[in-house]
Structure formats: structure tokens, C-alpha cells
Design a protein around this ligand. Structure first.
Ligand SMILES: C[S@@+](CC[C@H](N)C(=O)[O-])C[C@H]1O[C@@H](n2cnc3c(N)ncnc32)[C@H](O)[C@@H]1O
Length: 270
């Protein structure tokens, strides 16, 4: 089975996604969604951005590699009464089930960055977007001092080295790499632009409890703990992550957690 599918089906990302809803709303607000707009949300999870886009009247398809998240997304669409929103399984590096020139907007927030074969991902996003459409990506930034890059940095120190030829998802946070990928897919350089944004994680519990959520439900962190446990280092990893989460918590009292994380917003005119 595709190792990416195994990774994301291992946990339950809906638990983390619940802490990201406010920023999902804000991002969608900034997209200027109008009724009837055709939107593809790639690596949609259970709909952090797909649900608010559909609530604004867009026709939204969420595509995600993890069947549990597709199911959770369809359940949310049903319970919100959104007949203009559906989710299906698919791999961002091969969207052959989708026709070319279909979507006014392809949005992918910390989604497509995790797919293998990044050049294919860029090509597929450009192929399914209609000429005159847009692609908007949210990507984490390598070596950034804020939460997610630091979780991945700490976790890597406890994990076996990646297989040869592995391209880190974090390379989608490097502007030169993004430009190379989209220009190879036929986009003119002047149609690619970048800005930095802040994403909030809001959790109704202490930073240490939030680390425990990552440990139990976030596939990449689950794998890091599996590797650390095998080496008798799980407590060390937990302590390092707890120190990070506590340090970055912007709430004064540690009974609840609000952590900002910086991301690269990529906009492409197709
Ligand atoms: C960090 S989560 C973000 C989910 C969602 N965009 C959100 O903001 O809540 C990453 C998502 O990308 C999905 N994903 C990972 N690799 C993928 C691939 N190759 N194709 C499609 N989705 C993928 C995962 O299953 C997961 O739902």
C-alpha cells in the first residue's frame, strides 16, 4: 500500500483538525469565494477549508489519500446539510480520475505538500485548474522557529533516516523549489507569488495534553514515538515536545493552548 496512505490512516487527523478550524475559516474568507465557484480541496482532511468554502456556496470536492478522513469529511458534509460538498479518495500526485481544466480554484492547505513526487503534484494541480483559475497552497517552512517545523525537526532526531530519494514535504516551503515545480508544469514565473501567514492551533487543554493528542492521533508524531520507544527514548521525545509546546503557547495560564505557526502561502494564476 502507498506509505503515505498508511501514515495518514494510522492516526485520526480529525483530532488535530478540530484545533485548526478558526484559521481555516479565515483562510477561506480571504479567498473571495462566490456561489457556484468550482473548488478542489486537495489533501482536504475532514474539511477544515472545504466546509467553509461550501458554506459560502462553492461547489467543493475534497480529495484526500486517507479513507478515514474522506469518510469523516462526508459525514461533516451530511451533518451540515451541504449537498454542494463531497469528498473522495485520491492521491495528489495522480489525479487521473479528474478531468483537465475543471476547477476555478485548487486549494491545498498543508495537504498536497505531503504527497510524493512533487513535480507530478504541481503538474496535476495545473492540469485540473481551468485556464484563468487559481491555485492556493499553504505549506510549512523548513527550519522555521514556529510549531510545526519544530515538531518535525525534533521528531526527525528520534526517527530512522528517510529512504533514499525521499523528498521532504518541507521543500514545498522553499520559494525556489516551488517556482521550479510550477514552471516545469508550464506556469510563467510571474504568475507565482508568495506571502507569509500565521496559522493558529487552539486546544482546550494544557500544552502537555496537546502533545498527548499528537502522540495518539497525528501519524508523523505517532511514528516518531514508535521509533523513540524502540530505542527507550520516548520520555525524552515527550519532554522535548512538551517544552516546545509550553514555550510557544501564547496563553498565560497553561490550562488552554493557543499556538501560532508561520506558513508560506503560494498563489498561482493558471
Ligand atoms: C496536515 S493534514 C491537513 C488536512 C487539511 N487540509 C486541514 O487543513 O485540516 C494533511 C492531509 O494531507 C493528506 N494527504 C497526505 N498525502 C496525500 C496525498 N498523496 N494525496 C492526497 N492527500 C494526501 C492527509 O491524509 C491529510 O489529510
Amino acid at each position: 500500500m502507498n506509505p503515505n496512505k498508511v501514515l495518514w490512516e494510522k492516526g485520526d487527523f480529525t483530532r488535530i483538525a478540530q484545533t485548526m478550524r478558526e484559521s481555516g475559516e479565515e483562510l477561506v474568507e480571504s479567498l473571495g469565494i462566490t456561489p457556484g465557484l468550482k473548488v478542489l480541496d486537495l489533501g482536504s482532511g475532514d474539511g477544515t477549508t472545504a466546509v467553509p468554502a461550501a458554506k459560502r456556496g462553492a461547489d467543493v470536492l475534497g480529495v484526500d489519500i486517507a479513507s478515514n478522513l474522506v469518510e469523516a469529511g462526508n459525514e461533516r458534509a451530511r451533518s451540515e446539510g451541504l449537498s454542494n460538498l463531497s469528498f473522495q479518495e485520491g492521491d495528489a500526485s495522480d489525479l487521473s480520475r479528474l478531468d483537465a481544466d475543471t476547477f476555478d480554484l485548487v486549494v491545498t492547505i498543508f495537504g498536497a505538500m505531503f504527497a510524493s513526487k512533487p513535480f507530478d503534484v504541481a503538474k496535476e494541480m495545473v492540469r485540473v485548474a481551468r485556464p484563468g483559475g487559481r491555485i492556493v497552497m499553504g505549506n510549512w517552512i523548513p527550519n522555521d522557529p514556529t510549531l510545526v517545523a519544530q515538531i518535525l525537526r525534533i521528531s526527525a532526531a528520534y526517527s530512522p533516516p528517510p529512504p533514499e530519494g525521499f523528498v521532504s514535504p518541507m521543500t514545498w516551503g522553499m520559494e525556489d523549489q516551488v517556482i521550479e515545480r510550477f514552471t516545469s508544469a508550464g506556469v510563467a514565473g510571474e504568475n507565482i507569488s508568495f506571502e507569509r501567514g500565521t496559522w493558529m492551533f487552539d486546544y482546550a487543554g494544557s500544552p502537555s495534553d496537546f502533545v498527548a493528542e499528537f502522540r495518539s492521533y497525528y501519524g508523523p508524531t505517532m511514528n516518531a514515538f514508535d521509533a523513540a520507544e524502540a530505542n527507550g527514548r520516548a520520555d525524552e521525545l515527550r519532554e522535548e515536545l512538551e517544552a516546545l509546546f509550553n514555550e510557544q503557547n501564547s496563553h498565560r495560564d497553561n490550562g488552554s493552548t493557543s499556538i501560532p505557526a508561520t506558513f508560506l502561502r503560494v498563489s498561482v494564476a493558471t
